[in-house]
Ligand binder design. Structure first.
Ligand SMILES: Cc1cc2nc3c(=O)[nH]c(=O)nc-3n(C[C@H](O)[C@H](O)[C@H](O)COP(=O)(O)OP(=O)(O)OC[C@H]3O[C@@H](n4cnc5c(N)ncnc54)[C@H](O)[C@@H]3O)c2cc1C
Length: 391
């Protein structure tokens, strides 16, 4: 595997640094943080600003609003967004998960109409998969879509929960059952449901983390036949494909890297030798640093597979498992090592970010596939292979 960074990616990082630290970007970011309820703010204006700068979909073809780049540009984009304090989850869901699925599997019409708007920050998306009784076992979903008489469109009924960013999303990628069949994996379909459609109601749910969850009721939601994504009843293969993108681990790795950087700055004695780490934390810091390097390699491998149009769900599951477990461990270690000083007024280097990370940490190993389920997928795919080859 060669993950050497091309020169154009290095140039892109410089461009990003200048765009993300520009006065207008900082002003829009400040407006996001000025919410007084402590929850995550509305980032859409900021994304439109970044979309106009042409940086949001670097690895997409130029005809769809991208820059004809490769996955290394996506990696540096996420690294820089997080480093500059720009909330990335609405962006990640919209462009890197839903957008990437449309790019790989959408019709020419869906690509032409949706991708440029996603790349410009003009259109945002959320994912409505999980239901109150069905999370890991997604094939058991009970939300239904039935054909309208005359076959012109569909009527969707059901309830979705624990989704992020739905209050700010224009369109939802929604998994539903369209017919009963012998196999649980048949008869599931994906729809792109405009969130403004009559019958869609969004209720915020409290969360330990800053980002709130939502509970979505879908009551007699009427959508046209163009809302169907992929063939009716054949949604499972698209979901698996989407998981390969959602589980690249990239969004976990970049947060972990940022948190370790913040902790390292605080743990380095100001008057000590270069790299002197306080409180006997040096060995643990090095262990986390090694885990982070492994996270980056696993993420890059998963993204490279996607770029080469050979998504591998077991490699992606391994990447997401490793990156999320590492991010969680770094977050908890940071607070253990730094103690309550991070919430004291005047704490200088990213204290509030580390405190927020601590509250976010429990969800990291559940969102996008719980760790136990991911390990199960890896074992299913690798055990026999390793037994046969002897390792
Ligand atoms: C931060 C966050 C963001 C999220 N964002 C979204 C979103 O945008 N859209 C959306 O649709 N959903 C979202 N979810 C929901 C998420 O996809 C589900 O929480 C997840 O799939 C687990 O489902 P569950 O909560 O029903 O738990 P369950 O499936 O009930 O699992 C509970 C526990 O049982 C274990 N378990 C389950 N099955 C097995 C098995 N086969 N083998 C071994 N152990 C098993 C799990 O590992 C877990 O520890 C989000 C969740 C979080 C935490």
């Amino acid at each position: 595997m060669d993950f050497g960074v091309p020169n154009r990616t290095l140039d892109f990082r410089q461009e990003l640094k200048s765009t993300l630290s520009a006065a207008e970007t900082r002003r829009l970011l400040q407006a996001v943080h000025q919410r007084d309820d402590g929850m995550d703010g509305d980032v859409r204006e900021l994304y439109r600003h970044l979309g106009r700068a042409g940086i949001l979909a670097p690895s997409w073809p130029a005809e769809y609003g991208g820059r004809d780049g490769d996955f290394t540009e996506t990696v540096v984009l996420l690294e820089e967004l997080v480093r500059h304090g720009i909330p990335q989850s609405l962006y990640y869901i919209s462009v890197q998960i839903v957008g990437s699925l449309i790019l790989q599997s959408g019709t020419p019409e869906q690509k032409r109409t949706l991708l440029p708007r996603l790349a410009s920050g003009d259109l945002t998306a959320c994912i409505l998969f999980t239901e109150p009784e069905h999370g890991s076992d997604l094939a058991s979903i009970t939300t239904r879509a039935t054909r309208e008489p005359g076959g012109k469109g569909w009527v969707v009924n059901g309830r979705k929960t624990y989704n992020l960013k739905s209050a700010y999303a224009d369109v939802a990628l929604c998994a539903v059952r369209t017919d009963e069949s012998e196999s649980r994996y048949q008869g599931i379909s994906l729809f792109l449901v405009p969130m403004s459609t009559a019958g869609v109601s969004v209720r915020p749910l409290p969360s330990l983390a800053d980002e709130q969850f939502h509970d979505i009721a879908l009551v007699d939601v009427r959508v046209g036949s163009e809302a169907l994504f992929g063939a009716a009843g054949q949604g499972w293969s698209l979901i698996t494909r989407m998981f390969a993108a959602e589980r690249s681990g990239l969004d976990y790795y970049v947060r972990a890297r940022h948190w370790l950087g913040l902790a390292a700055r605080s743990l380095t004695a100001p008057d000590g030798e270069d790299g002197d780490v306080r409180g006997g934390q040096a060995a643990e810091f090095a262990r986390h640093r090694a885990r982070l390097d492994a996270s980056r390699l696993l993420t890059c491998r998963a993204l490279q597979h996607l770029q080469e149009d050979r998504p591998d769900i077991s490699d992606a599951s391994l990447a997401k498992w490793h990156c999320s477990e590492t991010a969680q461990a770094i977050s908890w270690w940071s607070l253990d090592a730094l103690g309550s000083q991070v919430i004291e007024p005047g704490f200088e280097t990213g204290g509030s970010a580390l405190e927020a990370a601590y509250r976010e940490a429990p969800g990291l190993t559940i969102s996008g596939g719980a760790s136990e389920v991911l390990l199960d997928i890896v074992t299913g795919a690798r055990l026999l292979e390793d037994v046969e080859t002897g390792g």
